[in-house]
Design a protein around this ligand. Structure first.
Ligand code: SF4
Ligand code: SF4
Length: 72
């Protein structure tokens, strides 16, 4: 059981990896349409990524004009 818990904790750590949109975001919206899993949405002053949904594909970073999405 201890071993299984260790594996579960490791998977949880892996799942925590996600892209995050920095304050550089100019809210152009280009990334939202590119995300294959709809993890991106408009926030108050910038776009935001749902870390539980993001699969770290990098598509948002590829289209962003200001390099705002960064891997955490
Ligand atoms: S890295 Fe991929 S899955 Fe994650 S928010 Fe960007 S486009 Fe969506
Ligand atoms: S593409 Fe870049 S600047 Fe445009 S909304 Fe997404 S993160 Fe912000």
């Amino acid at each position: 059981m201890i071993k299984l818990n260790g594996i579960r904790d490791k998977l949880w750590e892996v799942k925590q990896l996600a892209y995050k949109i920095t304050d550089e975001c100019i809210a152009c919206g280009a990334c939202e349409a590119e995300c294959p899993v709809d993890a991106i949405s408009a926030g108050d002053d910038k776009y935001i990524i749902d870390p539980d949904t993001c699969i770290e594909c990098g598509a948002c970073a590829n289209v962003c004009p200001v390099d705002a999405p960064q891997p955490e």
